[in-house]
Design a binder for this molecule. Structure first.
Ligand code: AMP
Ligand code: MG
Length: 468
């Protein structure tokens, strides 16, 4: 059987835009290729039966980089921690190919850790194995929690020794392949503004709308409608991160997708307790990208995107588009938090969501443990008497716990009979018990780094994928 990755019906959407947007590059040659992860859940999207795709097919395509496409390092700039950086671009990855899924959606296959490019600056173009493992875990966990995220198609260990300031070194190397809606970033547009090229901005906008917002393509004011829709998708994404208890860590404009999808997981963390000031990146000394700042930063990044888009879209239309950010954010956030509490999405319960946040903040009980406990402990007696709620868990029957029980009880009681039967299923469905907080990831990595034991990693992935 021929390698399916070498005979897929790739589309040249980016390439056909012309050479202003990318550079042709070659992949590094690695001393070794060991397939550590293949995402069989994604193969059907590409029209492939997992059983007929061999491990060697992954190695050939995504370790040795046999390809029927030109490999393209995409050009972009971006605001990093608030400062404009014109020395960016795909420095350790490239676009391997673009393929239309069986859902008719155009996807990018992009690499991370595949070698140096014109944008590597002083970097080695490599990805640590730990970095690859962490990105696979983030994406699968976020997907299981309903977040609009890219996912990893494969992770191959490549047999090199890397030196990093933030990992005990030497450390192992890998190359990862990501399946995502698009690698066009806010920073892709910012670069074109830097070079004052409204023509290229317009061309890229047409491309983005045709491929990722096709329902708008025929509208007369498609450009401003696109921006309004991006505002909506980005606000929804921020709400998804917040309810999932996820801190991306590095929300620079080059890490913001033009499709509103979450991607590029570096020093991220799932929060342990509800703490808006929590920062995931050790180098984020001012807390710019803290957990609680994420909605504001997304808003700010969208506002900054108005600068390049303003070269071709009237400024007032852009400003109007951004006005709806907050309402989109709160609508999504409330409905997701209600889901985590096992309640109906259409109940108006801002008060309950706020009281739950107060409880989580004041008690500093584990964020994920709290919702997991609700899912595990829930029984119908909670609807009879508020003091039955979490009664076996040792939490006080007074103070903030009791205040919260009373209001939660009140909202549980308001549910119509038909919805009461669904509370448990909602609680279980919306609250995974295996959220990969840092100690879990570190213990997975310890087994890999000390014993080359991948069992815990494989078990976590299996249980996360079992939920979706
Ligand atoms: P990131 O923090 O992964 O979003 O990367 C920010 C920028 O640094 C991007 O332009 C990357 O391509 C580049 N970069 C990060 N790590 C490396 C590396 N090891 N070698 C070359 N470029 C890198
Ligand atoms: Mg990045």
């Amino acid at each position: 059987m021929p390698n399916p990755f070498l005979s897929l019906n790739y589309e040249q959407a980016i390439e056909s835009l012309g050479p202003e947007y990318y550079d042709r590059v070659e992949a590094a040659r690695f001393p070794q290729q060991k397939l550590r992860f293949r995402n069989d859940k994604l193969l059907p999207v590409l029209g492939q039966n997992p059983e007929s795709v061999k491990d060697d097919d992954f190695i050939e395509a995504f370790g040795l980089f046999e390809s029927i496409n030109p490999l393209l390092a995409l050009r972009y700039h971006g605001y990093q921690f608030g400062y404009y950086n014109p020395n960016l671009g795909d420095g350790r990855g490239f676009l391997y190919g673009q393929i239309r899924g069986i859902d008719h959606v155009l996807y990018d296959l992009g690499t991370k850790g595949s070698g140096q490019t014109p944008y590597s600056r002083n970097g080695d173009g490599r990805l640590t194995l730990k970095g690859g493992v962490r990105e696979v875990i983030a994406a699968e966990a976020l997907f299981a929690m309903g977040v609009n995220t890219s996912r990893c198609l494969s992770l191959i260990e490549t047999g090199e020794s890397l030196w990093r300031g933030d990992e005990p070194s030497p450390t192992r190397s890998s190359v990862m392949v990501r399946l995502t809606r698009s690698h066009v970033r806010f920073g892709t547009f910012e670069r074109l503004h830097y070079f004052q090229r409204p023509d290229l901005i317009e061309k890229l906008l047409v491309h983005v709308i045709e491929n990722y917002y096709p329902e708008l393509a025929k509208e007369k004011d498609a450009f401003s409608l696109f921006y309004a829709e991006l505002v909506k998708r980005t606000a929804q994404l921020a709400a998804q991160w917040m309810s999932a208890g996820f801190c991306h860590g590095v929300l620079n404009t080059d890490n913001m997708s033009i499709t509103g999808e979450s991607f590029d997981y570096g020093p991220y963390a799932f929060i342990s307790t509800f703490n808006p000031n929590f920062t995931a990146a050790y180098f984020d000394s001012t807390g710019r990208y803290s957990y609680g700042n994420q909605p504001d930063i997304c808003h700010l990044n969208l506002e900054m995107l108005q600068v390049p888009l303003g070269l071709v879209i009237p400024k007032t239309e852009l400003q109007n588009g951004l006005l709806h950010f907050e309402s989109h954010y709160y609508e999504t956030y409330s409905s997701l938090m209600l889901g985590k509490l096992g309640l109906e999405q259409n109940i108006k319960t801002d008060e309950l969501v706020q009281k739950t946040r107060d409880l989580l903040l004041e008690t500093q009980i584990g964020y994920h443990e709290f919702f997991d406990l609700l899912a595990k402990e829930f029984n119908m007696s909670w609807l009879e008497d508020s003091s039955n709620i979490l009664e076996n868990t040792g939490f006080p029957q007074a103070g903030i716990w009791q205040d919260w029980r009373i209001i939660y009880h009140h909202f549980l009681q308001q549910l119509p009979l038909s919805s009461r039967k669904m509370i448990k299923a909602k609680l279980v469905g919306n609250n995974p018990s295996n959220v990969p907080v840092r100690p879990l990831i570190e213990s997975i990595w310890q087994d890999i780094s000390e014993k080359d034991d991948w069992n815990k990693f494989n078990e976590l992935i299996k249980s996360l994928q079992g939920r979706s």
